[in-house]
Design a protein around this ligand. Structure first.
Ligand code: HSE
Length: 323
């Protein structure tokens, strides 16, 4: 079998930023973000026919990517995808790809996941969907694991599927989408510093106490139940992090002060986005979100690379345009 595409067809995929962990679900809970002002917060990857493989990298954070373009995760994604197609007995002709690198690396916004998801979703659509969603998600997790040192789906799953996702990892089912609160605002603020996920994982202890294990399980169970029953106060009360935040916050200048301000000004919850340094605050009204965003913009941002957005959850996840 061979998969053929029209020579003139171009496919582009947008994959949104995401919050890994969402405080209470280390490695197994994630949420996709959509700024309410219409900003496209996420990477875009396009694919078109070519005689040989080529990758072009553009965008606000392109200059921050380490190494040669040939080492970029999008180039890895193409070769990985081509190998998987060949394992299925399918040809994978050469393509020209372009990455618009709109998310900063080492930010806690699921930057690598966004590139991976956009690349694999665009490639899959370009070649007329040789892989189903679950297979593609497994491939996304495998690639993400190559970067961060261990396979975890809490960025790639929400980025690809949208909304808030809980990892299932049972049989072929990688993740499931949870109910959400339509009236919650997610204020996200990137400080401008870079924190490597691998380094932020290395500072965590290798084991967790019995008391924290029980709290982690209770919080996650009660949170999911509260989402299904739409009990906002109970859900928000469960959003604390007993696994990573106590250790990682030492990497985040201004974290404690930001949490204190947010919680005193209407935040329902506050935490580290993924492995940081981005932080997030949850509110159920826009005025509180705006006040907290202003504080974070004035106090948590450390340099010109930083930014902050008031977001809803992105319920669409990765979106593909054929042209
Ligand atoms: N769950 C991961 C971590 C997310 O916290 O290390 C990193 O993107």
């Amino acid at each position: 079998m061979s998969a053929q595409s029209s020579p003139r067809m171009r496919v582009s995929a947008f994959a949104p930023a995401s919050i890994g962990n969402v405080s209470l679900g280390f490695d197994i809970l994630g949420a996709a973000l959509k700024p309410i002002d219409g900003t496209q917060l996420g990477d875009v990857v396009s694919v078109e026919s070519a005689d040989e493989f080529a990758l072009d990298v553009v965008g606000r954070f392109a200059h921050k990517l380490p190494g040669a373009v040939s080492d970029n995760i999008v180039a890895h994604a193409y070769h990985f995808f081509a190998d998987k197609m060949q394992q299925q007995g399918l040809d994978c002709p050469a393509v020209k790809m372009q990455l618009s690198k709109n998310l900063p690396i080492g930010s806690g916004l699921g930057s690598s996941a966004s590139s991976i998801v956009a690349a694999l979703d665009a490639l899959n659509q370009f070649f007329d969907s040789p892989f189903d969603a679950d297979s593609l998600l497994l491939m996304m997790g495998e690639l993400e694991g190559q970067i961060s040192g261990s396979i975890h789906y809490d960025n790639v799953a929400p980025c690809y599927l949208g909304g808030m996702t809980l990892m299932v990892e049972q049989g072929d089912k990688v993740a499931t989408q949870l109910p959400v609160f339509d009236n919650w605002y997610w204020v996200s603020c990137y400080s401008g510093l870079s924190v490597s996920t691998a380094a932020a994982r290395n500072i965590l202890p290798k084991s967790v106490s019995m008391a924290d294990t029980i709290k982690f399980g209770r919080q996650l169970g009660v949170f999911v139940d509260a989402l299904h029953r739409q009990d906002q106060a109970l859900a928000a009360a469960m959003m604390t992090d007993v696994i990573a935040e106590p250790y990682r916050k030492s990497l985040l200048p201004g974290f404690d002060e930001s949490r204190t301000f947010a919680m005193q000004h209407g935040a329902l919850a506050f935490g580290i986005s993924g492995s940081g340094p981005t932080v997030f605050a949850v509110t159920n009204n826009l005025a509180d979100a705006q006040q907290i965003q202003q504080y974070l913009a004035d106090n948590y941002i450390q340099n010109d690379d930083g930014f902050s957005h008031i977001c809803n959850l992105d319920l669409n996840g990765s979106t593909v345009v054929k042209g």
